[in-house]
Design a protein around this ligand. Structure first.
Ligand code: ZN
Length: 424
C-alpha cells in the first residue's frame, strides 16, 4: 500500500468527511451543563459499530457534574487488526463551550462555505474527531490485514477539566500502557504542528481579612480591601518581574507564554454587587473580606511546591510590615506540566507523515494551557502522547468558529500514514 493509495481513500471520503463534521456540530454538546453527551456517543456507535468496531459506552458515574439530568457519557470504539500488534488511540473531547455573542451563522447549523465548515466546536474539536474517524476508516479499507488495533474515543468535559472524561477512563485503566501504546489527541494545533504537551497550572484563592465598621468612620474598622491592595502591590512590583525571569526550554506558543505567567482572574471585596436592575444605593461599610483568584501557569523546569511557596513568602513579607494583616490561601486546582520526548515513537511517526503530506518539517510546540494529555500522562502513565489535528487554535471558543475542509483532509492523511507506519 502506497502513500497515493491512502490519499485516494481519503480523497474519496471528502463528502463523507464534510457531512460527518456537520452531523457532529449539529449535536449541541454544550458544557456547561453537559448536554447531549449520550446522543453524540450513540451517533458515533451507530457509525463505527457496523464497521467492525467494538463499542463501549461508559458513563463517568460519580464524576464531578455527572447527574441523571446531564450524565457524563464517553465512547471508546476499538477495531482489531488481523494479528497482534500495538494500539493507536485517537482521543477527542466531544464537549463544546458556550456559544457567546457575535455569530453571523447558526452555531449549530454546520454551514459549509468557502471550503470551511462553520459552527461551535468546528475546530475545537469535532473537525479533528471527524478527521481521525475518516483516517481510521480509510486505513482499514486500504490495509484490512494490519497488525494491532485502532481505538477512537470521544470523551466528556475536557473544557471543564476532563474529570468526567479522560481522567475517569484513565482511572479505569483504559489508557494503561499495556493496552494503548500511542495516543494522538486531534486538538486544533494546525496541520503542520505537533504539540508535545502543556505547561502546568495552579489556581488558588487568597483572602485577606478585616473588620466591618461604618464607612464614615473607617478608622473604627479594618479594610480587607486595603490589605489586598498591599498584596497586589507586592505582586505587581516583586512577583511579575520575578516571573518574567523564569524562562522555559519548552517550545510554548505563543512566544509570550514561554515563561511563567500569572493572571488574577477576579477580585471581590466588601459588599456583594447588586443585580443591574437594583435601583438602590450601596451601603457604607468597611470591607471585612477581600478575595482574589490567582491563575499561575508554570514550567516543566519549576517545582509546584516552589510555585506555592513563592506566594506564601510574598504574603508573609506583607504580614511582616503590615499591622493586623491576616490571610488565608485556598488551593483550587493543580495540573503538572507534561511534555513528550521528541524521539517518542508517535512523535517521530507523525513528523515523518507531515513531511510526506505537506513537504515540510513540522513545528514542535507546547500549549500554554492544558488539555487532556495531563490525565493520560499522570493517571494513565502513558508518555507516548501528542496533540495533532486540523484547525487554527486561535478560532477555538470564538464566534463564527470554523475548520478548513482541506486542512481536515490533509491531517486525516497524516493520521492514516501514522497508522500505516505503526501498524504495518
Ligand atoms: Zn479542545
Amino acid at each position: 500500500m502506497s502513500h497515493s493509495d491512502l490519499k485516494a481513500e481519503i480523497d474519496a471520503r471528502r463528502d463523507d468527511l464534510i457531512s460527518l463534521t456537520q452531523d457532529l456540530i449539529r449535536i449541541p454538546t454544550l458544557n456547561p451543563p453537559g448536554r447531549n453527551y449520550r446522543e453524540i456517543c450513540t451517533y458515533l456507535a451507530d457509525r463505527l459499530g457496523p464497521q467492525g468496531f467494538d463499542i463501549q459506552l461508559i458513563r463517568a458515574e460519580g464524576a464531578p457534574a455527572d447527574s441523571d439530568e446531564n450524565p457524563r457519557w464517553n465512547i471508546i470504539a476499538r477495531h482489531e487488526g488481523s494479528k497482534p500488534g500495538e494500539c493507536v488511540h485517537f482521543n477527542s473531547h466531544h464537549d463544546v463551550v458556550e456559544v457567546g455573542h457575535g455569530w453571523t451563522v447558526d452555531p449549530f447549523g454546520g454551514e459549509v462555505k468557502d471550503g470551511r465548515v462553520y459552527g461551535r466546536g468546528a475546530c475545537d474539536m469535532k473537525g479533528g474527531l471527524a478527521a481521525s474517524i475518516i483516517a481510521a476508516e480509510a486505513f482499514i479499507a486500504a490495509c484490512p490485514d494490519y497488525a494491532g488495533a485502532i481505538e477512537i474515543s470521544a470523551t466528556a468535559d475536557e473544557e471543564s477539566g476532563g474529570f468526567g472524561g479522560v481522567a475517569y477512563l484513565a482511572e479505569k485503566g483504559h489508557f494503561d500502557p499495556d493496552k494503548v501504546q500511542h495516543v494522538i489527541i486531534p486538538e486544533p494545533l494546525n496541520k503542520d504542528r505537533i504539540c508535545l504537551g502543556h505547561r502546568g497550572v495552579w489556581w488558588a484563592e487568597i483572602e485577606t481579612k478585616g473588620r466591618i465598621a461604618h464607612g464614615s468612620m473607617p478608622f473604627l474598622g479594618d479594610s480587607a480591601i486595603r490589605h489586598m491592595g498591599a498584596v497586589l502591590h507586592q505582586i505587581e512590583t516583586q512577583l511579575y518581574p520575578l516571573l518574567a525571569t523564569k524562562r522555559t526550554e519548552m517550545p510554548v506558543v505563543p512566544e509570550g507564554a514561554r515563561q511563567s505567567t500569572l493572571n488574577i482572574n477576579s477580585v471581590h471585596g466588601g459588599e456583594p454587587e447588586q443585580d443591574p436592575d437594583y435601583t438602590g444605593l450601596p451601603s457604607p461599610c468597611v470591607a471585612d473580606r477581600c478575595r482574589i483568584i490567582l491563575d499561575r501557569r508554570f514550567l516543566i523546569e519549576e517545582d509546584i511546591d516552589e510555585v506555592k511557596a513563592e506566594i506564601t513568602r510574598l504574603l508573609e513579607s506583607v504580614k511582616a510590615v503590615r499591622p493586623n494583616f491576616e490571610y488565608e490561601v485556598r488551593e483550587l486546582f493543580e495540573v503538572h506540566p507534561t511534555m513528550t520526548e521528541k524521539d517518542a515513537p508517535v512523535v517521530r511517526s507523525t513528523a515523518a507523515a507531515i513531511e510526506r503530506v505537506l513537504a515540510r518539517q513540522p513545528d514542535y510546540v507546547v500549549s500554554p494551557g492544558t488539555y487532556d494529555q495531563k490525565h493520560i500522562d499522570r493517571i494513565g502513565r502513558l508518555k507516548n502522547c501528542i496533540a495533532y489535528g486540523p484547525g487554527i487554535l486561535d478560532l477555538a471558543h470564538q464566534p463564527d468558529e470554523w475548520v478548513g475542509i482541506q486542512d481536515m483532509q490533509d491531517s486525516a492523511l497524516v493520521m492514516a500514514l501514522v497508522l500505516q507506519d505503526l501498524l504495518t
